[in-house]
Design a protein around this ligand. Sequence first.
Ligand SMILES: NC(=O)c1ccc[n+]([C@@H]2O[C@H](COP(=O)([O-])OP(=O)(O)OC[C@H]3O[C@@H](n4cnc5c(N)ncnc54)[C@H](OP(=O)(O)O)[C@@H]3O)[C@@H](O)[C@H]2O)c1
Length: 342
Amino acid sequence: MRYKETKHTENCRVLCGSFVLLFFELCESSTVYLETLNLGGSLVTARKSITVICDFYSLIRLHFVPRLVSRADLIKQYGRWAVVSGATDGIGRAYAEELASRGLNIILISRNQEKLQMVAKDIADTYKVETDIIVADFSSGREIYDPIREALKDKDIGILVNNVGVFYPYPQYFTQVSEDKLWDIINVNIAAASLMAHIVLPGMVERKKGAVVTISSGSCCKPTPQLAAFSASKAYLDHFSRALQYEYASKGIFVQSLIPFCVATHMTAPGSFLHKCPWLVPSPKVYAHHAVSTLGISKRTTGYWSHSIQFLFAQYMPEWLWVWGANILNRSLRKEALSCKP
Ligand SMILES: NC(=O)c1ccc[n+]([C@@H]2O[C@H](COP(=O)([O-])OP(=O)(O)OC[C@H]3O[C@@H](n4cnc5c(N)ncnc54)[C@H](OP(=O)(O)O)[C@@H]3O)[C@@H](O)[C@H]2O)c1
């Protein structure tokens, strides 16, 4: 009996010893795992921090440094003529004026002849440059491009600004957008930039210089609910520009994807709360002044410093957060627009 007890106690001791040994081994190996995890986490955090620091550095280099040094000679760099689509209002007009202030001759394209003549005269008188107009409605589709090609035939186009674009009357769910509006988005936002680039690029390639600026939108960053077709059309423009840059940079052409967030134009519901924050929503004139100073420097930029901060946040935020914010903003813009309707 006594022998049995001793044997039992011994077995228990051995078993306990094994457990303790196993426990210490597990602790040791889990420390290795934890340390590996720690190291991995630190590396990821360090990489993210370096990326954020680099992004902020390029933001300062792009938006502030060029304004301290003398302005680039755009005529020498790209050529004497610039063509701007949607040039009688908003960003297009301001961009045309900014280019004219740097001595470029401007060809303005929009739908309304009287408005075109008035803006063209205004630019010619103010900046002492030559101007020309082309009346074209980009929503008409294919038929307008032969006359545009003909009108641009004898001009050495140095800069093309693909600015024209249409938006919804206010943010809407996809099935509530009219069929006409959907065709406008396809013809004006997508086809116009593609066809205009197709018209001017051969001449630029021949002269081995030129710039194509295509205005996309911050809504291209991620899928944007209640602006589905619009944001998708702007994502097309962004991809299109970036791909063109890869194709034509070696031929001396600079292709820029310009991605503004909100600018205070007719498109962003004048009188809405968006227009009450000028550093976040600049006037077209301020925006164009900044955007032109990035020409030749950045292939893909928002064109304005506070928009670049928004772009950084948009890039790093998870998609669910973007969608949540977009839903809230678009819902309130729709509510505001509908409450203002007579
Ligand atoms: N405003 C913003 O907050 C914002 C933000 C991101 C991106 N964007 C983009 O920036 C670009 C300019 O926007 P914006 O706010 O300056 O627009 P805007 O103030 O509404 O001006 C649009 C211009 O395009 C012309 N246009 C409109 N439809 C046309 C058509 N079918 N054919 C020919 N010309 C036409 C208009 O002239 P007529 O009416 O006389 O033809 C006008 O000159 C657009 O591509 C827009 O998507 C704007």
